[in-house]
Design a protein around this ligand. Structure first.
Ligand SMILES: [Zn+2]
Length: 234
């Protein structure tokens, strides 16, 4: 098996409805604006945190705002994801169908067992994908991002995505704190680290770098043709 093709497809994987929006909603909005094809895989319906049908409906509404091509549902039991082997097979199937060049997934160090299990499964399932990034959610631990995406121009839209998950806005288990305030603060902190006002932070499992033509190549060639460049012949 070779590395996946360099397609314009992006696959975001989340354990529960709203994981993706918190962790990488801004990044997906920017990808979609640039013409990329966005696919989501949600492993559970999040039915421990609310009615199944409501959470599915909220997720589908959010996906529409991102202009997602297709939402895949794992239909696993919330808080009780099965063995990693079962999830690996599912993720591999979705990868084969969507051929993503980049995958975004929950981080493996997390207080929630579903997030840990999904991340471990994804590490195996994505072994031939050229770019795999972990995103953070409020239950992530020891998350030290080294990749930042500037989301200043889509922060309000990201909060709109989270607002579609109306059943979850006040389920932070912290008095007087909404998920919207939490997301804005997180974006502000990651932005400061990334040297912009608002950002999303990521940890890479893998990035296969490509070396593109130097953007100054044309200007350099013009200089060379003009005869004012350095002489390398000696
Ligand atoms: Zn979750």
């Amino acid at each position: 098996m070779n590395y996946s093709s360099n397609s314009n497809n992006i696959l975001a994987i989340g354990c529960h409805p709203d994981d993706i929006e918190f962790g990488c909603g801004g990044t997906l909005l920017k990808y979609a604006e640039k013409g990329y094809n966005i696919y989501l895989l949600i492993l559970t319906m999040g039915d421990v945190g609310g009615e199944r049908w409501i959470r599915r409906k909220e997720q589908e509404e959010s996906a529409k705002l991102i202009n997602v091509k297709k939402v895949f549902w794992g239909n696993f039991s919330d808080t009780d994801l099965p063995s990693t082997r079962t999830i690996i097979s599912l993720i591999e199937d979705v990868i084969n169908e969507t051929d993503p060049h980049s995958i975004l997934i929950n981080y493996f160090d997390d207080t929630h067992q579903d997030h840990r299990t999904a991340a471990e499964a994804a590490i195996s399932a994505t072994r031939f994908v050229r770019e795999v990034l972990f995103y953070e959610v409020p239950s992530s631990k020891n998350f030290q991002p080294d990749i930042f995406v500037d989301i200043r121009d889509v922060l309000d839209k990201k909060l709109d995505l989270l607002s579609t998950h109306a059943s979850q806005i006040n389920r932070t288990r912290v008095k007087d704190l909404t998920i919207l305030e939490s997301a804005r603060s997180c974006a502000n902190f990651r932005g400061y680290q990334g040297r912009v006002k608002y950002a999303e932070g990521f940890k890479a499992l893998r990035i296969l770098k490509e070396i593109h033509n130097c953007e100054y190549a044309d200007a350099r060639d013009n200089v060379l043709r003009g005869g004012i460049a350095f002489n390398t012949s000696n």
